[in-house]
Write a protein that binds this ligand. Structure first.
Ligand code: BTN
Length: 252
């Protein structure tokens, strides 16, 4: 029987990155479902080797260690379960309806409020989730000030971190179980603002524009390019931005 997410929680005042702390814990024998939460990260990491600015008490910074009963090749799909769980948690505590920018950013009123970094260590997946909770605009670094937002800024609700954490762990448990049972795509597509949007896809030095038409069963984005050819875009090293709205922001 796999361990329930949150069955063991390590709370740290400050760590380099909760994903790194989780990785060290996996190497030292962490049980399935173990979670690391930090009040502050000194070297918080984002996708595509970016940093995740993590000042003390301003956001929820958490990594869950999971060993779901599914083939390791399917672990990449956990990113969609995690995005749905972050969505559920934000909705539960604020009533807001963010959009999901493929593959896993939450966007509210055109600003990014949450990001997910999924990594693997041995037989475990590490799901790192960051949610901006009470930052004000000036708390973000200048280059993010027009693109990032927090639940407080955008909903006016001063959400308690422990309440959001409880909602997130409960949602993560439910969404990972649903994923193992094969159910994620419909809920994900309903919330995904990238679908139907004009996008620019960038992979290394290569980039192209097109329309994001659909998501396949592996979570790949199907993009119709300017020549009418459908191209299959997998998450990972690829960055997708829209040509209008937030999805129009910088590569992220
Ligand atoms: C992204 O949008 O690029 C992903 C951001 C992921 C941030 C979270 S905060 C908790 C966990 N620890 C990290 O170092 N990163 C993830």
């Amino acid at each position: 029987m796999p361990g329930k997410i949150g069955c063991q929680v390590r709370r740290e005042a400050a760590v380099d990155s909760t994903n790194q702390a989780a990785r060290r814990w996996v190497r030292a024998g962490a049980p399935d479902g173990a979670v690391v939460v930090a009040a502050q990260q000194t070297a918080g990491r984002g996708r595509l080797a970016r940093r995740w600015v993590s000042p003390p008490g301003a956001g929820l910074y958490l990594s869950a260690i999971v060993r779901p009963r599914m083939p390791v090749e399917r672990f990449a799909l956990l990113t969609f379960a995690a995005a749905l769980a972050a969505w559920d948690a934000c909705f539960a505590v604020t009533g807001a309806h963010p959009g999901i920018k493929w593959p896993n950013d939450l966007v509210l009123s055109g600003r990014k409020i949450s990001g997910i970094l999924l990594e693997c260590e041995g037989d475990a997946a590490i799901i790192g989730i960051g949610i901006n909770v009470r930052q004000r605009q000036e708390d973000f670094p200048p280059e993010l000030r027009n693109k990032a937002g927090s639940l407080l800024m955008l909903t006016g609700k001063d959400v308690a971190l422990d309440e959001l954490e409880r909602a997130l762990l409960e949602a993560l448990e439910r969404r990972v179980q649903a994923l193992v049972a094969g159910a994620w795509r419909e809920d994900y597509c309903e919330r995904c603002i990238t679908l139907g949007a004009a996008v620019r896809v960038k992979c290394g030095e290569e980039s192209f524009t097109g329309t994001a038409e659909a998501l396949d069963r592996d979570g790949a984005l199907l993009v119709r390019d300017g020549e009418g050819k459908q191209r299959r875009v997998l998450a990972g090293d690829v960055s997708v931005r829209g040509l209008t709205g937030y999805v129009d922001g910088d590569w992220n």
